[in-house]
Ligand binder design. Sequence first.
Ligand SMILES: CCCCCCCCCCCCCCCC(=O)SCCNC(=O)CCNC(=O)[C@H](O)C(C)(C)COP(=O)(O)OP(=O)(O)OC[C@H]1O[C@@H](n2cnc3c(N)ncnc32)[C@H](O)[C@@H]1OP(=O)(O)O
Length: 217
Amino acid sequence: MTAERAEASVAKVLSDTGERPWRSSDLHGGDEYSATYEDLTHALGDFLDRLAEARPDTELIESMTESLAGWARELGPLAVRERDRVFGRRTDLASRGQTMSPTIELAEISDDSASGTVYFGSYFLGGNGAVHGGAIPLMFDEILGRLANASGRPPQRTAYLHTDYRSITPVGRTLGVRAWLCSEDGRKRILRATIHDGETLCAEAEGLFVALKPGQP
Ligand SMILES: CCCCCCCCCCCCCCCC(=O)SCCNC(=O)CCNC(=O)[C@H](O)C(C)(C)COP(=O)(O)OP(=O)(O)OC[C@H]1O[C@@H](n2cnc3c(N)ncnc32)[C@H](O)[C@@H]1OP(=O)(O)O
């Protein structure tokens, strides 16, 4: 299906439910944010890593709490509907304009494969230098989801995601990631991905992605 046809079918779904049609351009957040929003998410990610590593004194904790509460008060009245938000919708950026999962720098993405690097900072620590076991499938869902939804394919959702942890995934190192399409059967796509630390396989995953039918949220 072409990108135009996919958008037309989603447009019909949303017009049936009274919503403004979904457009891929909704996922870009607008040019007015070009570099600055990415700088913001990098600064936030860096803050979370430093927070996870630090042992601040009471005075600094109180001052940070006050500053954060101030930012929350400023942002509160600026809340918009999901489709008008920027966070997580900047598909043109490596971070996708979010900090929930680590930034994946893709060196290559085609219709059926993607590869690049990922760096889990201290914020993603589980224990003893290893990334948290929940952050790894999060990262896999991110890269597999991007690939499943790439090349003008209609929106897809993860039906299952199976992760095998083969050796610890270290925090604080640049790791290799690879994802590829294994099979396609109607609305179903099976994709796989790996994380490597040099030659060492850290974890691998298989995901089933199912293309949404008209009316599916
Ligand atoms: C909308 C997205 C926009 C994205 C914009 C781009 C953004 C780019 C960055 C994205 C990066 C982040 C990507 C995150 C992506 C998510 O994480 S999505 C959130 C997590 N997933 C969910 O919440 C999904 C919840 N589940 C569902 O909504 C529904 O179960 C599903 C998956 C849509 C399928 O339901 P359905 O459409 O009614 O389909 P159904 O007839 O049950 O199944 C279809 C086929 O799949 C098979 N199947 C379904 N589930 C399973 C299963 N668990 N195991 C095995 N087979 C299964 C069925 O057996 C059936 O097979 P056939 O009989 O046809 O051979």
